[in-house]
Design a protein around this ligand. Structure first.
Ligand code: GTP
Ligand code: MG
Length: 485
């Protein structure tokens, strides 16, 4: 089933879908949902959220507040009072009331702030369920906000991103998306397309008269312009994904070079085993650290060497796989015992992992001069750092360079960044349809085929903001939310 859709064309299916949605959601709106919105367990305070038509009627048997008793509830006002169940005093609570149309969900809602005792929370929840509320599904408050037109789908997804943001950059990007940054851009794209698409549709209605309402030159210009903007957004996903999931930073090098020591030094804890025995790390060891407003995923790997040991071979294979996926590679060289085929290894790494920023770190600089190794590397285009991971020397310079190499993320404040794989996928489909539309115009292909491509481009954009969405899609998106959000 489709939810409300406006493509610029009043197609029957969309019209029907809109009707069906309004009908179904009309039924949904009647039920009141409740959930604990703060974490489970003991806390100073807990917040229980209740939303749905006539929600405040649930309170009358339980909540006694002088002010509310005297003059009723006013929106956005907090009321202090006693919460009692069948005469048994449960807690002193604060209830904030939001009237229909003025709440997060767009429905009549209230929030109960009680003491954060699991017993109190349990009793209050039980009383609300008994009075007719039902337990909210994950993300149901945000889903209701979307259904009631309080926000579009991209904004609803930003709510989840904001809650899960682990670094400043992700927080900034999510906040901007929540405020409509991406949505506004998509809406502008759609407006341009809708205009031309409806002209082409009109031409189809007058097909026997051979008229041209839409200037093909202007259409072509608009399509090229749009394709370029959509492609910029698609490109931003590479960064967006790294911002969200952490920048993959693989630590590679020969056994005993000090890779695990560097991992531990950067994390500030003994995460991986360090020993003087070459081949200590067998499997990859991964952990994150925040630096300069970004999250880095540090991946320690097995030392690379020729070995007969089957398990070690698997570990080395994994190290190469990590290199191919990495955004950044720290290649460690032991200043006291550099490998003979160092130049070959680095050249191979540069071709097998061309996407990664390569930082060559000459470690154990406390024990040996790094000059001979630098001389060997003068033919290789890479950044070289002298470090001593064991006593954390040279790490400040290394981290400064790391930050500079990933500085695109610092520019994120001025640019819309796509961080959601679903949005990137919809944009890719839009770009494909735009490309086909351009070809259709250039080859003067009949209007009905062009109209079809333009419609596909519009659909792709509509999926991002949710003007086009299916039950399955919504269920999939909101099921990943927490209960109570
Ligand atoms: N002097 C000195 N020793 C270091 C330094 N970094 C690491 N080491 C020592 O080098 C040895 C190997 O360190 P690891 O961190 O286990 O080396 P690795 O590269 O992880 O080795 P594998 O896991 O076997 O591939 C240990 O004895 C460390 O204490 C350093 O900066 N200076
Ligand atoms: Mg190791």
């Amino acid at each position: 089933m489709y939810y409300p859709s406006f493509n610029g064309f009043p197609f029957f299916s969309n019209f029907f879908a809109h009707y069906l949605t309004t009908y179904l959601y009309g039924m949904l709106r009647d039920d009141i949902i409740c959930a604990l919105s703060t974490p489970q367990g003991v806390g100073a305070l807990a917040i229980i959220r209740v939303s749905g038509a006539k929600a405040k009627d649930l309170l009358s048997p339980y909540f006694h507040s002088k002010r509310a008793n005297k003059s009723g509830f006013t929106s956005h006002v907090a009321y202090y009072g006693d919460y009692s169940i069948a005469g048994e005093h449960i807690d002193e609570v604060l209830i904030t009331y939001f009237e229909d149309g003025k709440s997060f969900t767009g429905e009549e809602s209230f929030e109960i702030s009680s003491h954060g005792s699991p017993y109190i929370i349990g009793r209050i929840m039980e009383s609300l369920l008994q009075a007719g509320a039902r337990l909210a599904d994950p993300g149901e408050y945000t889903m209701r906000a979307f259904m009631n037109g309080k926000m579009d789908l991209a904004q609803a997804e930003a709510v989840a991103d904001l809650i899960h943001a682990e670094n400043k950059t992700m927080h900034d990007v999510a906040l901007r998306q929540l405020k409509g940054g991406l949505s506004n851009e998509i809406t502008l794209f759609r407006e341009d397309l809708v205009h031309f698409a409806s002209m082409i549709e009109l031409e189809l209605d007058f097909s026997e008269e051979d008229v041209e309402f839409a200037s093909r030159d202007q259409l072509l210009k608009m399509l090229h312009n749009l394709l370029q903007k959509v492609s910029t957004l698609i490109d931003s996903f590479k960064y967006g994904n790294a911002i969200k999931k952490g920048i993959a930073t693989a630590i590679l090098g020969a056994p005993n070079a000090g890779k695990s020591t560097l991992l531990n030094a950067l994390l500030g804890e003994d995460r991986a085993i360090v020993s003087a025995i070459a081949g200590t790390t067998r499997d990859t060891v991964e952990d994150t650290f925040n630096f300069g407003g970004l999250t880095y995923r540090l991946i320690d790997t097995a030392g690379i060497r020729d070995t007969e040991d089957y398990v070690e071979q698997i570990g080395i294979q994994k190290a190469f796989e990590q290199a191919e996926k990495a955004d950044v590679i720290f290649y460690l060289i032991d200043a006291t015992a550099a490998e003979d085929d160092l130049e070959l290894r680095l050249a191979h790494l540069k071709t097998s992992a061309p996407q990664a920023h390569l930082f060559v770190c000459i470690n154990k600089s406390d024990q040996a001069s790094t000059a001979p190794i630098k001389a060997r590397l003068n033919q290789i285009d890479c950044k070289i750092f002298d470090i001593a991971a064991k006593n954390k020397t040279g790490l400040t310079e290394l981290l400064a360079a790391l930050k500079a190499a990933t500085a695109w993320s610092a520019n994120s404040s001025s640019q819309t960044i796509v961080t959601n794989a679903r949005h990137a996928d919809a944009l890719r489909r839009t770009a494909e349809a735009l490309q086909k539309s351009i070809e259709a115009v250039e080859l003067s292909i009949p209007g009905d085929l062009l109209a079809q491509d333009l419609r596909l481009a519009l659909d792709g954009l509509g999926e991002i903001t949710g003007t086009i969405s299916t039950d399955d899609l919504l269920a999939n998106i909101f099921s990943k939310f927490c209960i109570g959000k």
